[in-house]
Design a protein around this ligand. Structure first.
Ligand code: DGP
Length: 113
């Protein structure tokens, strides 16, 4: 999608600091990090949000979650990490392309909201 920032990153039209890539997903460092390590993991195909996950594309999401531990380990997150996906306006989703935040590199706050 031409007007989707993350699709443009996948296409190589907008630069990003990549953490991991395969045929299905791209992981890159968040431009506004909220923890010492803050990586975004996105499907290469455009899925708008968690609300857009369905029987046809859920294998992509399964692959993302199978790969997140490898991405976290490669980023040195030996003490643990948090995975978050903001969905919709009440969650302050700002980019309408499904993404999972990996946050770590420090002791995170107990409260999530
Ligand atoms: P969310 O609020 O959950 O939709 O998170 C979107 C995240 O995407 C936010 O933490 C900032 C990040 N972001 C937005 N635009 C860019 C960009 O062009 N490059 C990178 N690396 N991150 C971006």
């Amino acid at each position: 999608m031409e007007n989707c920032i993350f699709c443009q990153i996948v296409a190589g039209n907008i630069p990003a600091s990549k953490a991991y890539e395969d045929d299905v997903l791209l992981a890159f460092y968040d431009i506004h990090p909220q923890a010492p390590v803050h990586i975004l993991v996105i499907p290469k195909v455009h899925i708008p949000s968690v609300d857009g996950i369905n029987a046809e594309n859920s294998s992509i999401v399964a692959h993302i979650f199978e790969t997140i531990p490898k991405i976290a380990a490669a980023a040195g997150l030996t003490g643990g990490y948090r995975v978050i996906s903001n969905c919709g306006p009440d969650a302050c989703q700002s980019v309408p392309h499904l993404h999972f935040h990996i946050l770590g590199g420090t002791k995170l706050a107990e409260q999530m909201a």
